[in-house]
Design a binder for this molecule. Structure first.
Ligand SMILES: NC(=O)c1ccc[n+]([C@@H]2O[C@H](COP(=O)([O-])OP(=O)(O)OC[C@H]3O[C@@H](n4cnc5c(N)ncnc54)[C@H](O)[C@@H]3O)[C@@H](O)[C@H]2O)c1
Ligand SMILES: O=c1ccn([C@@H]2O[C@H](COP(=O)(O)OP(=O)(O)O[C@H]3O[C@H](CO)[C@@H](O)[C@H](O)[C@H]3O)[C@@H](O)[C@H]2O)c(=O)[nH]1
Length: 458
């Protein structure tokens, strides 16, 4: 089948290559000419394990190409929309400019029977708005919503072997239901190889499909903030949040995943999605229903302040003190620094007068774009040289696997103090190697300075 994918970022580029690997003839379209050039040349414009190999393989197969020209979508039967929906402003609402522009640019290229498929994360009601617009500007074309649940760092696997496929289609009247059934059948063809493996397929109305996505992210964010709230209790009482998470996680109704206490969530999805969800609920007159997401956000931002407070305590005042921050990406196996908790910590440390050196295996260049003043080290050891405190802010395997005894790191630092802001280090091994280890929520640091509501995004 001929497919177009509009927007070739972290989601769209992987989706385009993934669809080509299923045997479809795919064109990826993006307004960013530099990104398109990189993709055409077989270079991933971002770090994502396995993506570059897939990209090259599919370019070589002849089934995948890229363009900046919206006309390249003409002739495709299914058009995935995967453009960005960032936070618009302080209200938290989503900025739908790119989604509307993408659909407007597609409209004149659509033929009757073509299907536009939303993959971007949008506020509930967006699909209906776009469909109403299409009825006017591209009658005969249809629209479905097929939200995406991939995680960065696992994007290729999540695209090709998703937990489930959610298909939001038209319905209501008999005529609309018939169109919706046809649209779902077309998506079944697109995903035939994936469905053949028994992947659950859930067909629903457009609004429910939009809500499934934002509800899933709201739940994940809530789970993380819940365990981080428990972390605050653990620190106040001397308890250990990792033991607590293990114990409650054994209950299958709770589950251990996403109970990783630490510096909290960041990235291009969870923070902006919970804010947009709240803003949309306000618009709909049901703001109270999602009021708790404000608390989820506040708990999350408090983690960032807390880590900086701990560094201040450990150094006895941050002005002129050397701090190493290991990890700048919002999570390991990604170079994405959008709303990265690690970068927020760097910014706040710097604002409080510390001399910060940062290091990340992949995200250094992106970090410099956000914080041009960042003193970026080439290795973890470089960053740690003469540091009075080392902060592990992203749990890259490179840091997790550091041997505190054999690595020689202790000899490099001015003071062997480490804040394990992701609870990823072997505390006993580090302590045995002579380090003072402060692990978040693990009872070792009861006196905590509280300051304000949290550090905003860098
Ligand atoms: N990143 C993820 O892991 C992920 C997972 C699931 C859902 N999502 C959602 O998918 C959407 C995209 O996220 P992303 O992380 O890929 O963002 P991104 O910023 O990496 O990519 C968006 C791309 O869209 C392009 N673009 C913008 N306007 C365009 C237009 N009018 N026509 C063509 N291209 C245009 C941009 O140049 C950019 O390359 C968002 O709604 C996000 O919430 C992302
Ligand atoms: O136990 C945990 C798990 C995650 N995190 C943090 O939470 C953030 C988000 O992590 P993750 O969800 O793995 O990354 P994303 O790639 O942003 O994926 C989320 O956002 C995507 C975009 O909407 C969705 O598609 C995914 O299903 C959803 O997991 C990161 O900062 C993690 O460090 C924790 O602090 N503790």
């Amino acid at each position: 089948m001929r497919i177009s994918v509009i927007g070739c970022g972290y989601l769209g580029a992987v989706h385009a290559a993934g669809m080509a690997s299923l045997g479809h003839d795919v064109v990826g379209i993006d307004v960013d000419a530099a990104k398109v050039e990189r993709l055409k040349a077989g270079h991933a414009p971002f770090y994502e394990p396995g993506f570059e190999d897939l990209l090259r393989e599919q370019l070589a197969s002849g089934r995948l190409r890229f363009s900046t020209d919206p006309s390249a979508a003409h002739g495709a039967l299914v058009h995935f929309v995967a453009v960005g929906t960032p936070q618009r402003d302080e209200s938290g609402a989503a900025d739908l400019t790119a989604v509307r522009a993408a659909v407007a640019a597609l409209a004149p290229r659509l033929r009757p029977g073509d299907l536009v498929v939303g993959k971007s994360t949008v506020p509930v009601g967006t699909a209906r708005e776009l469909l109403d617009r299409l009825r006017v500007v591209a009658p005969g074309a249809s629209l479905a919503w097929n939200p995406e649940f991939l995680r960065e760092g696992f994007a290729v696997g999540d695209t090709l072997t998703p937990d489930r496929l959610v298909l939001g289609v038209r319905g209501g009247t008999p005529e609309e239901t018939a169109i919706g059934q046809r649209d779902a059948a077309l998506l079944d063809e697109v995903y035939a190889t994936i469905l053949a493996t028994g992947t659950p397929r859930l067909v629903m109305d457009l609004e429910t499909a939009e809500l499934v996505k934002t509800a899933a992210n709201a739940f994940l964010a809530t789970k993380i903030s819940f365990i981080n709230a428990m972390s605050e209790l653990c620190e106040a009482t001397g308890a250990d949040v990792t033991r607590l998470a293990d114990a409650i996680g054994h209950d299958a109704r709770i589950g251990r995943r996403f109970l990783g206490a630490g510096l909290g969530f960041g990235g291009g999805c969870l923070p902006k999605d919970i804010r947009a969800f709240r803003a949309r609920a306000e618009d709909l007159g049901v703001g109270e229903a999602l009021g708790f997401l404000g608390e989820v956000d506040a708990i999350n931002l408090r983690r960032r302040t807390h880590v900086v407070d701990l560094a201040e305590q450990l150094t006895g005042g941050l002005v002129g003190r050397r701090v190493a921050v290991l990890g700048l990406a919002f999570k390991p196996s990604s170079d994405d620094v959008r709303d990265s908790p690690a970068l927020a910590v760097v910014a706040e440390l710097t604002a409080r007068g510390a001399i910060v050196r940062g290091y990340d295996p992949e995200a250094g260049a992106n970090a410099l774009r956000v914080l041009p003043e960042l003193d970026l080290a080439a290795t973890a050891f470089d960053a740690a040289r003469d540091a009075e405190v080392v902060i592990v802010a992203t749990e890259w395997a490179e840091f997790r696997d550091l041997d505190p005894a054999a690595s020689g790191l202790r000899e490099l630092v001015a003071n062997p103090s480490v804040i394990d802001a992701r609870n990823c280090l072997d505390r006993d091994a580090w302590t045995a190697a002579g380090w003072n280890v402060v692990a978040l929520g693990r009872g070792s640091h009861r006196a905590v300075t509280r300051s304000g509501t949290g550090v905003p995004a860098a």
